[in-house]
Design a protein around this ligand. Structure first.
Ligand SMILES: Cc1ncc(COP(=O)(O)O)c(C=O)c1O
Length: 367
């Protein structure tokens, strides 16, 4: 059996044909594919509108600009996330306030968020970590305090969560602005770098599109500070085909995760990930908790399986934040979990034979 990687993006004849046809059309930027991709993505996640963009990191920068964050503002963010969730904040001149995560689900702890709110708090960036939606109480808290909620859904294409009032929310419609990444390892991709901005806020439906195009109106007047964050037409054409497969692919991830859960439930050296009530996890990553993470990675590696430790260094302890007042301050759960989660392959393209090999390898890990 070939080595099993942590990610294997789908690439089919249909995607190749869509890419080639778009190149042949010579309509390479600002065209119908980008518009269609935005419209179909918005529909898929129940948002009012969406704009394809260059990557998840630039979508976070744009989201902060869209809700008016700048100099002097504080933005609450988890430290247990990919670095881009945090660095977007100083990139618009604001200050990140790092808040701890929940012991069970590793998303922002809503009670800790409430305690961290000050008169300068203007936004919260919630992250659906590994594909598990954040606590829906975060939405209610932000509404009641009149604070913008930016939804970092870079890992959560296809995730859903029952809201406090019992409605089914899809990732991309759980905050004022949703931010997605189409990095090749994600639940869907675009054949290169890519991202998406979504919104459920009627005041932002046109602005999410404009900010990716220098804040311009259709008659080419720049109304707001923006930049060229546009996605190329060829990427959008590939994205459209990938999007039409997303639900099926996320179901396959759920099937694999459920098989892992059944097999690893009573494992002596690892604990399985917990799923929040009302959540339909998108399983971008399936992470096992273990205090022997290095040994597990080595054991998997010796058996031809790639894996990865998440997140070895929480954001607030990273050198880029060495001058931040929280740099050396511990965050209890964040510091406990960091470095102790091992993500094993869970991508939709895994074969049954590969899934079985991963299961037997984890079962043979005896700490
Ligand atoms: C939670 C989170 N936010 C933001 C990003 C940034 O996305 P991109 O790599 O497309 O810039 C990622 C990408 O890995 C991510 O996982």
């Amino acid at each position: 059996m070939d080595r099993i990687p942590t990610a294997r993006p789908s690439w089919t004849d249909e995607m190749r044909d869509a890419a080639v046809a778009t190149l042949d059309s010579r309509h390479w930027v600002k065209g119908p594919k980008g518009r269609e991709f935005g419209e179909k993505f918005a529909k898929h996640c129940g948002a009012l509108s969406a704009a394809p963009c260059q990557n998840g990191s630039s979508s976070l920068w744009a989201a902060l600009r869209l809700v008016g964050i700048g100099e002097g503002d504080e933005v609450i963010v988890p430290s247990f996330t990919f670095i881009a969730s945090a660095t977007a904040i100083p990139l618009v001149g604001a200050t990140p306030i790092f808040v701890d995560i929940e012991n069970d689900y590793w998303c922002l702890d809503v009670d800790a968020v409430e305690r961290a709110i000050t008169p300068r708090t203007k936004a919260v960036i919630g992250v659906h970590i590994f594909g598990q939606p954040y606590d829906p109480r975060l939405i209610e808290l932000c509404k009641s305090k009149n604070i913008a909620l930016i939804e970092d859904a870079a890992q959560a294409h296809g995730a859903t969560q029952i809201s406090v009032s019992g409605d089914k929310l899809v990732a991309g419609s759980m905050g004022d602005v949703g931010c997605f990444s189409f990095f090749p390892s994600k639940n869907m991709a675009v054949g290169g770098e890519g991202g998406m901005l979504t919104t459920i806020n009627p005041e932002l439906t046109e602005k999410v599109k404009a900010i990716t195009n220098h804040g311009r109106t259709p008659n080419l007047e720049s109304m707001e500070l923006g930049s060229n964050l546009r996605m190329s037409e060829v990427s959008a054409a590939i994205g459209l085909v990938q999007l039409s497969n997303l639900d099926k692919w996320v179901e396959r991830r759920r099937e694999i995760a459920s098989k892992y859960n059944k097999n690893f439930d009573n494992h002596p050296a690892v604990s399985i990930p917990k799923v929040r009530k009302g959540a339909n996890h998108a399983w971008h990553q399936y992470c096992l908790f273990t205090d022997k993470s290095q040994d597990l990675v080595k054991h998997l590696d010796e058996n031809g399986i790639d894996s990865r430790i998440y997140y070895s260094i929480p954001c607030h302890h990273q050198a880029v934040f060495s001058k931040h007042p929280q740099f050396e301050i511990p965050l209890e759960v964040t510091d406990k979990v960091a470095g102790n989660l091992v993500a094993i392959p869970v991508m939709h393209e895994l074969t049954e034979q590969e899934v079985d090999h991963i299961i037997s390898t984890v079962l043979s890990f005896k700490n």
